[in-house]
Design a protein around this ligand. Structure first.
Ligand code: DHK
Length: 147
C-alpha cells in the first residue's frame, strides 16, 4: 500500500481531552493520532484536523488525487455540509464516517448526517477507540481490493 489513508477531523476536535469529557472522553487528539498510526502499521497515514470547512474539502480533494481511503470525523459539519458530501462523492476508495459518540442516542439535531450518503461504513459510539477500528478496517479493505 503506497497511497496514504487520510484521517480527517472537523471542528472543535482539536479540543479533545478537555472538551465535554463526559461525552468525548479524556483522550487528546494527539493520542488519537498515535492510536491511528499504531493501527495503520506500515500503511502510510495522513492525520489532520481543521475548524475550517474549506480546508477539509481541500484535503478530501488531496485524497481524491492521491489517497487510498478516508476516515472522517466531520464533527458538526456532519449535519450541515453538503459541500463536504459533494467532495466525498468524488472519492473512489473506502470512506468511514466516524463519531466518538453514538450520534443516534443524542439530541435529534445529531441524527441526520449528510456524510452518511457517501460513507462506505459508519462507526459511532466506540469512543476514541473507534478511530483505530476505522483505520484497521480501511487498511484491510484496501489490501483486499488490491489482492
Ligand atoms: C463530534 C462532534 O464535534 C459533534 O459535533 C458531533 C462528533 C459528534 C463525535 O461524536 O465525534 O455531533
Amino acid at each position: 500500500m503506497t497511497k496514504p489513508i487520510y484521517v480527517l477531523n472537523g471542528p472543535n476536535l482539536n479540543r479533545l481531552g478537555t472538551r465535554e469529557p463526559h461525552l468525548y472522553g479524556s483522550t487528546t487528539l494527539a493520542e488519537v493520532e498515535a492510536m491511528c498510526r499504531e493501527a495503520a502499521g506500515d500503511a502510510p497515514l495522513e492525520f489532520r484536523q481543521s475548524n475550517r470547512e474549506y480546508e477539509l474539502i481541500d484535503w478530501i480533494h488531496e485524497a481524491i488525487d492521491g489517497g487510498c481511503a478516508i476516515v472522517i470525523n466531520p464533527a458538526a459539519f456532519t449535519f450541515t455540509s453538503m459541500a463536504i458530501l459533494d467532495a466525498l462523492k468524488m472519492f473512489s476508495g473506502p470512506i468511514i464516517e466516524l463519531h466518538i459518540t453514538n450520534i443516534h442516542r443524542r439530541e435529534p439535531i445529531y441524527h441526520r448526517s449528510y456524510v452518511s450518503l457517501a460513507a462506505t461504513a459508519i462507526i459511532a459510539g466506540l469512543g476514541a477507540q473507534g478511530y483505530a477500528v476505522a483505520v484497521r478496517s480501511v487498511r484491510d479493505l484496501v489490501r483486499a481490493s488490491a489482492a
